[in-house]
Structures are given as C-alpha cells and as structure tokens.
Design a binder for this molecule. Sequence first.
Ligand SMILES: Cc1cc2nc3c(=O)[nH]c(=O)nc-3n(C[C@H](O)[C@H](O)[C@H](O)COP(=O)(O)O)c2cc1C
Length: 356
Amino acid sequence: MTLYSRVRPLAFKLPAETAHDLGKRTLRTAQSTWPTRTALSAVYQYEHPALEVDLFDTTFPNPVGVAAGFDKNAEVTHALEALGFGFVEIGTVTPYPQSGNDRPRLFRLQEDEAMVNRMGFNGQGMERVKSRLETDGTPGFPLGVNIGKMNSSNEREAIEDYRRVFDRLSPFADYVVVNVSCPNTPDEFDEASPDHLREIFETLEAENDADVPMLVKIGPDEPEESVLDLVDIIQEFDLDGIVATNTSTSREGLESPNREEWGGLSGNPLQDRSTDVIRTIAEYTDGNLPIVGVGGVDSPGSAYEKILAGASLVQLYTGFVYEGPATAKRINQGLVQLLERDGFASVEDAVGAGLD
Ligand SMILES: Cc1cc2nc3c(=O)[nH]c(=O)nc-3n(C[C@H](O)[C@H](O)[C@H](O)COP(=O)(O)O)c2cc1C
C-alpha cells in the first residue's frame, strides 16, 4: 500500500478544488528548500536513455508531462520536475488576472476515474507569472506555456490578448501553445474558425523573432473534417505541433452523479477519443507534425497507446490526481518495459509504430 493510497481517501473527502489547492501548497513548500526538493527527486525521479525525446530544439528527459491547468501560474514547476515528470505546460495564462467561474467548479467522478471542470480560465495573469518565473527561475526540464484570451474579449481584442501574453512569456518557453479549445469559457465567437486562427498565427508569427516553437491545442469533440481543416492551417503557417486533446462536453457512458455538472470532462472516459484524434492527425500528416497526446493517460499502457498512435510526448492531469506523486515514475518504468518487450530502442522509435 502506497502512502498516497492512504492519503487519497482523506483528500477526496474535501471539495475537489480545496484538495487541489492543498496539494499545490504542499508541493510549493516542498520545492522551496534544496533538501526537500532533493529528497523528492531521490524518491520519484527515474532516468533511462530510452525515454529521452529530442523535440522543439530541446531534450525532454522523458515523454510524460503535466498538462495545462494543473500549474496555471507556474507555482510548482520545480516540484513537478522533482516528481519525475519530463516537462510541464503552465497556464492557460491570460493577459490580466481573472477569477474564473463561481465555485464549485471542479468535480470528481470517482466511479468513472474522471473529473469535470468549469474553472473558466482563472489565473493570476501574465505579469505575476513572469515575475514568478524570474524569481523562482525556470525549471531544469522543458517548459511549455499555454496562452489564452480574457473571457471578456471580443474577436479583435482576443488577437491582442494572445500577442501580449506571447510577447511577455515566450522568452521563458521551450514551446508555446495557443489554446482555442476550452469548453468552459464564454463563446461569444468561434475561436477555432479558420479566419480567426489565421489572424492569430499571422500576429504571433510577426512577434516570434526568436522562433519559439508554436503549437495549437484542440478539443476532442470536433468532427474529423474540422480537425483536418485545422491541421491544414497549422501546416500553412508551418507551426510546430498540435496538442490533442482538451476536455470534452460529452457525457457518454458515465456513471457518477457528477456527470450532471456542466464543464469539460477529463480522465479515463476521454482516453480512447483523444487517442483517435491523435491517430487521425498522425495518419493525415504521415507523422510529420509533432503531436502532444493528452486525455486519460494514467498508466504505462495508456501512455504507450498514444505514442504508438503518433504522439511524441504525452501529458496528464486527471491521472495525476487519481494516481498520486509516483505517477510519472510508474509510467516511465512501465514504458521502458513495454519498449523492451516490443523491441523498440527508444520512445522515439515507437512514435506512430501502431499506425497502418
Ligand atoms: C481542473 C482542470 C483545469 C484545466 N485547465 C486547463 C487550462 O487552463 N488550459 C488548457 O489548455 N487545458 C486545461 N485543462 C485540460 C487539460 O490540460 C487536459 O487537456 C485534459 O484534462 C485531458 O487530460 P487528462 O485526462 O489527463 O486530465 C484543464 C483540466 C482540468 C481537469
């Protein structure tokens, strides 16, 4: 029995967001001194050459990252590194602080190993995040920055929002993600419409003198034609990759009473759908567009499935909540065994190997 399996029932008695805040405070305390950080690393980090992924002009020590939304304000990046993750995507960061939707806005669906959230882009805004990255220093593993618009912005203002956050935070980033797929922010206009996307990418490209790799995050609920249209635009602008997928508005097959809550569904029920989206993109692009796979990853098998379907890296959020601090280590150890079993020398060799 692990420590987390004893702590989890207690944490799960608390409202989900309270437990999340408590967990983050613990991580922030743990990362603040060298001895605690070193102790965490000693227990949770796992290194193996087969896990290294060279992508976006940097080296990921392993392919298992923390998805956007967990560390919106870059408060615990060093603790996440010590817990053995291969990278973290902070954000979504907006230009100004924003309180998000009213609480409660985060719900566990325990029977389904899932969560529903309607946080609504709560965050401290780009200036706080920038000064924290300056005072804490960037972590020793790759840092993604996920950027978004203010909830109150109209179509024109949204472009300026993306430009401002990109301008402020891209100097810290190994890659930047434009998030146009949040299902729980107001949708005054179609954020993922081709015209709007073109305008965003034109604006950011003009801003991107340092050539920071730029990706787009998509949702799992789009029909295949829309996904492929988006991929066409990504290729038209020569962007560097795609993050697939965000949370879902679907409630198919769920058992927990909290399925009635509105918001984005994450976790186990999203697993197959997000893998399908990854496979569709990888097949359409012949594996030439790097994919960061996210949705329901909680075990070596679920991470491996996404890699075989074409993901070069994977991320998780809900799996971390359910599986605890040893999640990255367990997945990475299991991945090495799966690679050896199937005769792959590395994760990179296995990317897309499950495609026809
Ligand atoms: C509470 C919560 C907040 C999230 N916030 C964001 C966010 O701010 N930006 C974003 O791009 N994705 C956000 N996500 C989506 C995750 O990054 C991820 O795409 C999704 O949860 C699927 O992964 P999972 O099944 O491993 O949780 C959030 C997810 C959760 C559960």
